[in-house]
Design a protein around this ligand. Structure first.
Ligand SMILES: [Fe+2]
Length: 367
C-alpha cells in the first residue's frame, strides 16, 4: 500500500472516474431522464390511455427485436396472445411500421388478420417512433361499441405514441447510462477498498443488506435504486481519511475518531455537484446520525434523518459487527442482530430495525 506507483495509479483511476461522472452527470441533466418513468410504466400507461380514450377491448404494445427482426409483445390487455411474435412478413403491423403511419382495418375478413385475436372484427396499428429508430407499434382492436375506427381514433393513437416513443427512447438511454454509472461507482469503490486492509467487500455487503431491508419495507423501484447507489458510495469520503487511521490495527483514539467521523460530510462534498444525486448525497451525509440525535455528527434526529441514511446506518453497523477488526473479533449474525435490536430507538430507527430483524430472521433460516 505504501508503494508510490500504486498510489499514483489509484489517483489516476479516481481522476478518470471523476471525469466519467461529470460527463454522465451532464447527460443526465440534459435529458432530464431521472424524472422519466421506467419502460414498463410508460407501456402500461400507453395501454390504459389507448383503452380509455379510444374505447377498445384489446390493446398491445409490440417492441422490435432487432436481432431476430421480429416484433414481440411487451405489454397487453384484453384478448391478446402474448407469446406470439411477428416476423417482418406479417403485413398489417409491419405495413404500418414501414410507412411510419397508422393503419386501420375494419370488418376484418382476411384470415391472416383474424389470426391475431380469435373473432377479431377491427384492428388499428400505430408505429411507436423514437428520434433515432422505430421502437415498435401499438395495436388496438375491437371497439367496445363495435363501431369502426375513424380518422380521429388514429389521431388519438398517434398522439399517445408520439409522446411515448421519445419517453421510451430516453428510458433505454437511462438504463444504459445507469449500468455505466453503477459500473464506474463499483470500480471507484474497489479502488478505495484496496487502500485499506479492513474494508474489503464491505461496500458490496452493505449494499446487499440495505437493499434487503428496503425490500422488506416495500420501497418502490426508484427508491431502491437510489438506496443501491447510496450504499455503494456511502464511504467514498474515506478517500480523504488518512491511510494510517483507516489501516490502524488498534482501537482509534479520540482525535482519530474525530478525523474518521468527517467521512460522511466529505463524501457529500465530493458528490455535491451532482444535483440529480440529491437524495443519494443526503443519505451518505447522514449515514452516521443517531435516531435519538444524542451522538449525531450533524445533530439530526428521528425523521430529520433521511430514510436512505436510516437504512444505511443499520446495514453498515450489521456488516461492521459481523466483520473482523484487528482489535476485536467478529460477532455471529445472531449476536450482531441482538446488538442492533438493543440499539433500536437510540442509535437506530425502530421501524428500520423491525424490517432488518424480519430480514435477518429470514436469511438465518435460509442459511
Ligand atoms: Fe461510514
Amino acid at each position: 500500500m505504501e508503494n508510490p506507483d500504486y498510489q499514483q495509479d489509484l489517483t489516476a483511476t479516481i481522476q478518470e472516474l471523476s471525469i466519467a461522472y461529470e460527463e454522465l452527470s451532464l447527460l443526465y441533466k440534459v435529458s432530464g431522464i431521472f424524472s422519466s418513468l421506467s419502460i414498463d410504466d410508460i407501456c402500461s400507461r400507453m395501454i390504459d390511455e389507448a383503452i380509455d380514450t379510444i374505447g377498445v377491448r384489446t390493446a398491445a404494445i409490440l417492441f422490435h427485436d432487432e436481432k431476430n427482426d421480429h416484433l414481440f409483445t411487451k405489454t397487453s390487455k384484453g384478448a391478446w396472445d402474448i407469446d406470439r411474435t411477428f416476423p417482418r412478413d406479417q403485413a398489417v403491423i409491419w405495413k404500418s411500421i414501414e410507412s411510419k403511419k397508422p393503419s386501420a382495418f375494419c370488418r376484418v375478413a382476411d384470415s391472416q388478420y383474424r389470426g391475431y385475436i380469435p373473432g377479431i372484427k377491427s384492428i388499428m396499428v400505430c408505429p411507436i417512433l423514437g428520434k433515432a429508430k422505430t421502437i415498435g407499434a401499438i395495436v388496438v382492436a375491437d371497439k367496445e361499441d363495435d363501431q369502426e375506427f375513424f380518422s380521429h381514433d388514429s389521431k388519438l393513437l398517434m398522439a399517445i405514441t408520439s409522446q411515448a416513443g421519445l419517453a421510451i427512447e430516453n428510458a433505454f438511454l437511462y438504463a444504459e447510462l445507469e449500468a455505466l454509472l453503477v459500473g464506474a461507482i463499483k470500480s471507484l469503490v474497489k479502488a478505495l477498498e484496496a487502500t485499506s486492509y479492513w474494508t474489503a467487500g464491505h461496500t458490496e455487503r452493505v449494499t446487499e443488506y440495505a437493499i434487503s431491508i428496503g425490500r422488506i419495507l416495500d420501497l418502490d423501484g426508484d427508491t431502491l435504486e437510489k438506496l443501491k447507489i447510496c450504499s455503494l458510495l456511502h464511504d467514498i469520503g474515506k478517500i480523504a481519511t488518512p491511510r494510517e487511521i483507516l489501516n490502524k490495527s488498534e482501537e482509534l483514539s479520540e482525535s482519530e475518531w474525530i478525523e474518521m467521523k468527517k467521512h460522511p460530510g466529505v463524501g457529500a462534498e465530493i458528490l455535491g455537484e451532482m444535483k440529480q444525486f440529491k437524495d443519494v448525497i443526503l443519505g451518505i451525509k447522514y449515514h452516521h446520525e443517531h435516531w435519538d440525535g444524542r451522538k449525531s455528527i450533524f445533530g439530526l434526529k428521528n425523521e430529520q434523518i433521511p430514510l436512505l441514511a436510516r437504512i444505511l446506518s443499520v446495514a453498515d453497523t450489521f456488516d461492521a459487527l459481523t466483520s473482523d477488526r484487528p482489535y476485536r473479533p467478529k460477532r455471529s449474525r445472531e449476536e450482531a442482530a441482538k446488538e442492533i435490536e438493543r440499539c433500536s430507538g437510540s442509535q437506530f430507527d425502530p421501524e428500520i430495525v423491525k424490517a432488518f430483524l424480519g430480514w435477518a430472521d429470514l436469511s438465518t433460516r435460509q442459511h
